[in-house]
Design a protein around this ligand. Sequence first.
Ligand code: NMX
Ligand code: MLT
Length: 440
Amino acid sequence: MGYIKDLFKEKADALNGDIKKMIAEHGDYKIGEITVAQVYQGMRGMTGLITETSLLDSNEGIRFRGYSIPELREHLPKAEGGTEPLPEGLFHLMLLGELPNKEDVDHLSAVWARRSHVPNYVFDVIEALPVNTHPMTQFSIGVMALQRESIFAKEYAKGISKKDHWNFVYEDTMNLIARLPRVAAYIYRRKYKGGDHIQPNGMLDWAGNFAHMLGFEDKGFWALMRLYMTIHADHEGGNVSAHTTHLVGSALSDPYLSFAAGLNGLAGPLHGLANQEVIRWIEEMQQALDTQSPTKEQIAEYIKKTLSEGKVVPGYGHAVLRKTDPRFTAQMEFGKTHCPDDPLVQTVWNVYEVAPAILESTGKIKNPWPNVDAHSGALLKHYGLIEEDFYTVLFGVSRALGVLASLCWDRALGLPLERPKSVTTEYLKKLVVGEAVDTE
Ligand code: NMX
Ligand code: MLT
């Protein structure tokens, strides 16, 4: 085994011991009550999952194994001459709970470069799709095609002990993360660059090589990709992509099947597709107002118009967060350093100045502040990645780091099939008036 895998096993054995003790000593401890409203309203605030890789505080935002985004930007190793953290380092932190040093990160870059080969039949499957198929659909299908490579599925079919599940899920995780940038870049070059593909450069880090395969050599864009791949990687376990990956994995579907399911959730406009929707919304506003730089007054009117049409203002609001998303702030800081005069970036900042008060004034939107998706597209456009329907694929490549590290933990901890109870409204009507109901 490689040293990262050895260390993971050691950590998992230790945590397994802690969990046994926790259940034995505190198994009956109540961590909350469930109300009728919560059952109807998307299970908000209902604690029902274990996810070790990150934890979200509604005011402070995400912490990865205890580290906030500003702390990650400070402490995670960077590429030679680079300014942003290498996402390999975040994966190391999420998987092992320890900050890596530069050698650890270089080791992961090399391991993923070595495992990155994508068989030709995967490209053939993608080629069979009409080129105007949405990139997220192509990506999900590409991952499904790769499923033939699953080591976990092959070993499971041979008959393996439950104690060994983690081992093969770990192998699939490392292979899948290694291969995703190649599949994603293939889709980008196929759809927007006439199939003029760019070969990987095995000497580069994971995000740098991804930027290279997409066709971008500007070092500012490489820095953006490293930051982007780091901040989108994980957002605790309850978000749609993480929860779906975990749920499907709980049926012992292999990492390819589980992650493809998560990607399909990420492709929804209330989740990851919001990064595409933000840019479309801004561009529609620019078109409607016939200006590249709408004033704050014009933006305010356009927001009110969007709300009056019964639509959401994309990039604003969150199911858990109640303050500006620190992932938005990190991108704003990046913009202030790299492209403060870009008109689209400035429009994003102007929206930020006027939107919260208007959203708050509706009295129903619980979080009027921007989320991660409010900013990302403007930075990508600045560097020339202008095709917004590809943006959620970038989110998906990054999200693999968190949800697959979590899947390794799920199997190492032997977490069971996830199967919550559901009831009918008829059942609840009886329950609330004290009528005995039997659901068995
Ligand atoms: N614009 C207009 N209405 C909104 C917005 C918004 N940005 N955010 C929430 N609302 C509405 C929401 O639709 C709901 O309306 P109704 O009662 O008529 O059904 C009401 O406000 C209460 O919703 P909340 O409890 O504040 O939000 P909820 O937890 O249900 O939903 C989101 C969270 C993220 C789905 C919601 O804020 C939204 O649709 N935002 C826009 C889409 C977006 O940016 N999604 C990306 C999230 C981040 N990510 O990457 O996944
Ligand atoms: C995410 O990154 O997954 C989103 O912010 C959505 C969420 O946390 O619910």
